[in-house]
Design a protein around this ligand. Structure first.
Ligand SMILES: *Cc1c(COP(=O)(O)O)cnc(C)c1O
Length: 468
């Protein structure tokens, strides 16, 4: 058929809106909103007719106008953000929301945000209070610092600290620590934004104390140490120990600032990982200001936590940027809850999901793998090659980059579709599952899967394979 005839077959907007289904839709949603979808679908149809060479495809598309409109309207009727099952084995998966918080923390958040709270109200005095007051004491108790506050994320914390102390002045940093974190956080760029001048000292692999000392002058505002969270320089290397840097700072009366990145509060070497410097250790070494992420190894909400000398934290709180970078009530409550877990380290290991996943035993992972294997085998065993195999999980989120944790996974190779197609169907499912492809097989690492998610995984596989 001539293309012009197809264009004529596209129903007119005023006809479409008289359609019973569309009328019902207009009663349920805003009429303008439905009209937008009507226009979008008919416009798309015109483009489709122009580009398609298949009569059947075009006829089919014209026939489906109403149902396409319904789908388009419904697409925006439910939130696009949804729960995803993380079967990648990466515990702090930045793309999947980084640190998972516990049910009990989420419950407390829910309780406080669905009503009013004393967020900025001092109940004792009956007047305005500070949103930082709720968690300041617990953070200082746990970290040993004099004072504490929190902003939106650690990148914001670094920006705020530098803008408070280093504006129009110089900050000395080792060339081995000019870190870039994913999502375009680069130490030199943050420094430039803060109005401070970066003085790079040493070389990529070696920086000595004299490199810092030789560059100190009356313009020096701070000595900055950045934890190289997401990479390691191995071999012929040397960096200045924290206590030496603190000594140097004291000698010249210059504050030492440390961006510790991950913000771990427990000695991870006790749980079979490489030792990662703790916040407490930096505070104890005498660092004036330490900042770290809330949603990395700490296992809390997205935040940048700043701890240190009271006089300096007070100055930061007065910086007008603090208002722009302030945390909201969701974060304030969650942060307080997470720090409470650390009053008792055993509690933290048991209740903070990030630590729980790090500490999840290979026996527990094996047991869950077998459970999932049996269930999957009973529904898709005849369609796939299914196995339980050893694998390695990662911490992720730019923390402990060289660390791997022994784990178990289910590997799947379908007899009917490619592994890439299977991976895609699983992530497009109503309850998406994200795994990894290794050696042409799909791999589901059970370390990051919750036992309660197994039913959903099975449902999704059933749905995906019945559609294939
Ligand atoms: C992750 C990280 C940051 C950025 O922290 P966000 O909370 O993601 O903003 C900054 N510095 C270091 C050393 C980091 O590891």
């Amino acid at each position: 058929m001539e293309k012009s005839n197809y264009y004529r077959n596209i129903p007119k907007v005023d006809i479409i809106i008289e359609d019973e289904t569309i009328k019902n839709l207009s009663e349920k949603y805003n009429r303008d909103y439905v009209l937008q979808s009507v226009r979008k679908v008919t416009d798309d149809l015109r483009i489709f007719i122009k580009n398609s060479n298949s009569d059947d495809e075009i006829k089919n598309k014209i026939k489906n106008v109403i149902s396409d409109i319904v789908s388009d309207v419904n697409k925006y009727a439910v939130p696009n953000m949804k729960k995803v099952i993380n079967a990648t084995g990466t515990i702090l998966h930045t793309n999947l929301g980084r640190a998972v918080i516990s049910d009990s923390t989420a419950e407390k958040v829910k309780k406080l945000v669905t009503g009013f709270s004393n967020l900025e109200y001092d109940l004792e005095e009956g007047k305005r209070g500070s949103r930082y007051s709720h968690f300041e004491e617990i953070i200082t108790k746990i970290t040993g610092a004099e004072s504490a506050m929190a902003v939106n994320n650690n990148a914001a914390a670094v920006l705020l600290i530098l803008s408070t102390f280093a504006k129009n002045k110089e900050v000395i940093v080792s060339r081995g620590e000019l870190v870039e974190i994913g999502g375009s956080f680069r130490v030199p760029d943050v420094m430039a934004q803060s109005g401070g001048k970066l003085i790079e000292v040493g070389t990529t692999n070696k920086t000595h104390l004299f490199d810092y000392e030789n560059n100190i002058n009356e313009e020096t505002a701070a000595l900055l140490k950045v934890h190289t969270s997401n990479y390691r320089i191995l071999g012929f290397t040397e960096s200045v120990q924290l206590n030496e840097l603190v000594e140097l700072g004291k000698k010249y009366n210059i504050p030492v600032i440390e961006d510790i990145g991950s913000g771990v509060l427990v000695d991870l070497s006790k749980y079979g990982l490489t030792y990662e410097p703790t916040v407490q250790e930096s505070v104890k070494a005498g660092v004036d200001i330490v900042c770290f992420s809330g949603d990395k190894l700490l296992g809390g909400p997205q935040a940048g936590i700043i701890v240190g000398k009271k006089s300096m934290i007070d100055k930061i709180k007065k910086n007008p940027l603090t208002r722009a970078l302030r945390i909201d009530k969701f974060t304030a409550i969650a942060l307080e809850c997470v720090f409470h877990e650390y009053i008792n380290e055993n509690n933290a290991i048991k209740n903070v999901p990030v630590l729980k996943m790090i500490n999840k035993s290979i026996e527990e992972i094996s047991m869950e793998s077998e459970k999932l294997y049996d269930r999957l085998n009973s529904i898709i065993g005849h369609l796939c090659e299914l196995n339980i195999e050893d694998c390695e999980s990662q911490i992720g989120g730019g923390s402990l980059p060289t660390e791997v944790l022994k784990s178990k996974c289910i590997t799947i190779k379908s007899n009917t579709i490619t592994t890439a197609a299977l991976e895609k169907s699983l992530r497009l499912a109503a309850k998406p599952i994200v795994g990894r492809i290794v050696n042409e097989k799909l791999l589901l690492d059970l370390r990051t899967v919750f036992i309660d998610d197994i039913d959903d995984i099975v449902d999704t596989f059933r749905e995906v394979f019945e559609c294939l």
